[in-house]
Every structure is written in C-alpha cells, then in structure tokens.
Design a protein around this ligand. Structure first.
Ligand code: SAH
Length: 274
C-alpha cells in the first residue's frame, strides 16, 4: 500500500464548462497540485487558471494535429508514474469523474498499483446542461425518474448493453432520459425509441456546449429532433433530453430572461430560442 513516500491522485470533476461551476474542493486542489492531467473537454479558461508552476499534461483522447491519441492504458501509467513521488496529482475530467468518464477504471488501476486516490465529484452535464437551458430533469408533475445513458452505442447492434425498449417504457411511464455522447447516433436512437413504442410527439431537447458562450439549444420531438439538430448543425458535446419536462422550458425561460435583465449575468446565447 502507499505511504508518505508516494503521492495521491485526485479524480476531479471540472463541471460542464463554465469555470464558475467548479467545486470549492476542486479549486483548492487545482491551486495546490504538482501535476494536472486534463481531458480535452475542459474549458480553456479553467486550464489557464492553473498556476504556471504546475506541470500540465493534456491527455485528451481526441486526435491531435498529428492524429495521436492517448490510450487509457497510457493514462493509467502516467497517473501511477507521477504519483510514485510524493506529489499531488489532479486528474481533471469534464462534468463528474464517475459519469461516462472512466473514473472507475482509473481508480481501479491506481488501487492495483497501490496509489492513494480520491474522487472529487463534479457537476455533471447530464443534469446541468438541461438545467442551464431551463429544463429541470425531474418535476413533481412531469417526471419522477431520471435515467442517464450513453448514446454512443448502436441500438441496432445485438450486443448493445442498452435496452431501448425498456428506456422507451421508462419515458412513457413518466421518466426523463438524458443521453450523453448521442449526437452521431441521434437518428438511430430516436428511431429505436419510436420503434419500441414511444409516442413520436414526446418532447426532446438538445443542449450543445452548455455553459459555454456559444451554447445552443434545439427542441423538437422524438420524430423531429434529428432533422432539427441537423439544420442547427448540432455537434458534440451535446446532451439530448427526452421527456415531458422539456416543455417546462418555456415557463422557466421567461424567469431566466428576467434574471438576465436584473443582473446581466446570464448570457443571451444561453437563452437562445429555436
Ligand atoms: N463526465 C462527463 C461526461 C463525459 S462523456 C459529465 O459528467 O458530464 C462526454 C459527453 O458529455 C459529451 O458527449 C456530451 O454528451 C456531454 N457533455 C459534456 N460537457 C458538455 C457540455 N458543456 N454541454 C453539453 N454536453 C456536454
């Protein structure tokens, strides 16, 4: 097991984008870390706020200019290696580190290597993206359950881990479905819900780059959202929200607008209608 001679790796959630949505604990750790290893989906302003003396490693798994990708195995090795000295290592991930962020795998790899590790929760985009767009994911009169899924799996594949029939039933029974990583497969996923019997008129919203200055919100239905998203050129990162709660946005939007008038703090992009 680890001792004072080894470091600690903090698996830290950076929130959905806007650095103001960082937790106080995350801020303190970022200000005192020896090393910060961050993903590509972390806001530039947050990266720039890290002290210049801190060693920064971009382990974003998107292809770089030369097409390189950091593999998950390489990330595990980097974390274990940097924590082999008595260093404070922040592994910074967008949203919450345990929601589709491989935080569990990294914690397991660290445990196998005998490195101390702590999970520092963050504000997940699964809930925050709809929230800033004026859509509550639950509501006493409209939704009593929330299901968060990856939209990246192909619903037509036999080996899909997701049961789209069960998901359709859940929404029909008054639940909300929050789909992450679902832009590419949006038409297939919506068709899967419809084929499984979900009312094609069920409201759907897509929130692209929530809390960034260029945040975009598009609304439609299970039947129309793929076309609307294509017209609006929605691209990742975006959250797709399926359920009756989407309709509450109109009422909440009015209150967001009034807040904007009073404080000037809510960006107009955030309130953009479609
Ligand atoms: N751990 C993250 C999710 C990582 S998976 C979390 O808890 O939020 C990456 C997916 O997150 C993206 O494909 C997108 O669906 C969603 N996402 C992350 N940031 C987002 C943002 N600012 N706006 C909309 N979606 C976002």
């Amino acid at each position: 097991m680890s001792d004072a001679e080894t470091g600690t790796v903090y698996l830290v959630g950076a929130g959905p984008g806007d650095p103001d949505l960082l937790t106080v604990r995350a801020r303190k750790l970022l200000d005192s870390a020896d090393v910060v290893a961050h993903d590509s989906l972390v806001h530039d302003d947050l990266i720039e706020s890290i002290p210049a003396s801190t060693r920064q490693v971009d382990v974003g798994k998107r292809p770089g200019p030369d097409g390189e990708r950091t593999t998950q195995e390489e990330i595990h090795d980097l974390l274990v290696e940097t924590a082999s000295e008595p260093a404070s290592v922040v592994r910074l991930k967008c949203g919450d580190p345990t929601v589709f962020a491989r935080g569990g795998e990294e914690a397991e790899a660290l445990d196998d290597a005998g490195v101390d590790c702590e999970i520092v929760p963050g504000v997940t985009s699964a809930i925050a993206a709809p929230g800033v767009a004026g859509i509550p994911v639950t509501h006493r009169e409209h939704a009593s359950a929330l299901t968060v899924v990856t939209g990246h799996e192909d619903p037509t594949k036999a080996e899909s881990a997701l049961d789209w029939g069960a998901l359709a039933d859940q929404v029909a029974a008054g639940g909300t479905l929050s789909i992450l990583m679902g832009v590419g497969k949006l038409p297939k996923n919506m068709a899967a819900l419809e084929t499984a019997g979900l009312d094609p008129e069920t409201p759907v919203a897509m929130i692209e780059r929530a809390t960034y200055d260029d945040e975009t919100v598009v609304t439609g239905t299970v039947a129309t959202i793929a076309e609307r998203a294509r017209e609006a050129d929605i691209s990742p990162p975006a959250v797709t929200l399926v359920g009756e709660v989407v309709e509450i946005r109109e009422a909440v939007d009015a209150c967001l607008r009034s807040l904007q008038r009073q404080t000037g703090r809510v960006s107009s992009a955030r309130l953009r209608s479609d």
